[in-house]
Design a protein around this ligand. Structure first.
Ligand code: PLP
Length: 407
């Protein structure tokens, strides 16, 4: 008889987006004429930058001729892309990362979800609250937690992110071995300063812990003082793996391309105390389970670094950031404290009441959909996440309607 993996049965069904969809459907039945504006979604709305489209077309044309046809490529990614990434995303910012430390993939979700596979099941894992749910669920599936207790799992160290700590996870009271950090953050939009990241790097070095640093929203950072990569922090090469994605940077959510950075200095330890290279382990895992991102998609990602591509990506993210500023200013004018939206496409609004109640209010009175923060963790019970991924016209209309609804 085939037995199911018992850890999967601990998973709490994620009702968040199903619940939202069901409430929105009910609203549309009640008010079929209402023009709904969705500010809840984490998907982009604008088309690919023209430089990426041109590169895609040219690469597809290459595949039409035997002389320039390409089949399987290197699992870790083509050198042209790995070298462009190392040069533009890291070395240009003084972060000492080499091309052969980049692993190109089809998504940061898969990378950040898969990476925990390299570690023993009895390591102690720290998770910010609220959190991008992938970090939690993949550790549950791997058997690193006990049962779910209401909205939390036994055995995980939760790091509350609240107004008191500026929504940035603080060092834990009890030692942990693996910690997930995300900056700019989904869902809070908060960013970590150099000093805050340095404290985590120092912690990881002292405890021989590892930081999984999710920088999927790096392209939205505008404050000059903020670090774009954890490798701008001295000592990080030994204790941090970084995840990046072209999804939000360049509208690749449907095209699919991302990468993980695994420095050669990163180690984990065997039970007998012998150090093992994480670069070698991840290379083994990646080449065993993955056959590379398609050639045209890697050419499209490379085009992000061309002079035109850089300008177009900047214009794209600037547009979403303008929306974010409108949203943030709008809620602040209504007296609701906000974080995020300045270096991030997400705004985390402290509604001062139950998140679902506020969600219902915006839906019924303004026909605007937001995301209740409770779906991201206990610390989000009074918050909603508002996303800037929409057209400027829709964002402006939504904010006017919300101001009227809450007046
Ligand atoms: N990491 C964070 C924090 C995200 O919010 C998302 C997408 O919403 C991802 C990773 C996934 O990125 P990708 O589209 O590359 O899988």
């Amino acid at each position: 008889m085939i037995h199911v993996n018992p850890h999967y049965q601990k998973l709490q069904a994620s009702y968040l987006f199903a619940d939202i969809a069901q409430r929105v459907r009910a609203f549309q039945q009640r008010r079929p004429d209402a023009e709904l504006i969705r500010l809840g979604i984490g998907d982009v709305t604008e088309p690919l930058p023209p430089a990426c489209i041109q590169a895609l077309h040219a690469a597809v044309d290459e595949l039409t001729r035997a002389s320039s046809f390409r089949g399987y490529g290197p699992e870790q990614g083509y050198d042209f892309l790995r070298e462009a990434i190392a040069r533009h995303d890291f070395q240009a910012r003084g972060a000492p990362i080499a091309a052969d430390e980049i692993f190109v993939s089809d998504g940061a979700k898969c990378d950040v979800g898969n990476f925990q596979e390299l570690f023993a099941t009895d390591i102690r894992v720290a998770i910010p609250d609220p959190v991008y749910p992938v970090y939690v669920d993949t550790n549950v599936m791997a058997g690193r937690t006990g049962a779910a207790m209401q909205d939390r799992y036994e055995g995980l160290a939760y790091l509350p992110c609240t107004a008191e700590n500026g929504y940035v996870p603080q060092l834990p009271d009890a030692p942990v071995d693996l910690v997930y950090l995300c900056s700019p953050n989904n869902p809070t939009g908060a960013t970590m300063t150099r000093a805050q990241l340095q404290a985590w790097v120092d912690y990881a070095r002292a405890y021989r812990a590892l930081i999984l640093f999710d920088a999927a929203y790096e392209a939205f950072i505008r404050d000059d003082g903020l670090p774009h990569s954890i490798y701008e922090i001295p000592g990080a090469r030994e204790v941090a793996v970084e995840f990046r994605s072209y999804s939000k940077t360049a509208g690749f959510t449907g095209v699919r391309c991302a990468y993980a950075v695994v420095p050669r200095d990163c180690m984990a330890w065997q039970a007998d105390g012998k150090a093992v290279s994480l670069h070698a382990l991840w290379n083994r895992r990646h080449t065993t389970r993955f056959n590379g991102v398609s050639y045209p998609v890697q050419r499209a990602a490379e085009a992000v670094y061309s002079p035109e591509g850089r300008q177009q990506v900047r214009a794209l993210t600037d547009g979403y950031l303008r929306n974010a500023a409108t949203i943030r200013a709008g809620f602040q004018a209504m007296g609701l404290p906000c974080t995020g939206g300045d270096n991030s496409p997400y705004i985390w609004v402290d509604t001062g009441r139950d998140a679902w109640e506020f969600f219902g209010l915006l839906l019924d009175k303004a026909a605007v959909v937001c995301t209740p923060g409770a779906g991201f963790g206990r610390c989000g019970r009074r918050h909603v996440r508002i996303s800037a991924f929409n057209s400027q016209a829709n964002v402006e209309a939504a904010m006017q309607r919300i101001a009227q609804a809450l007046a």
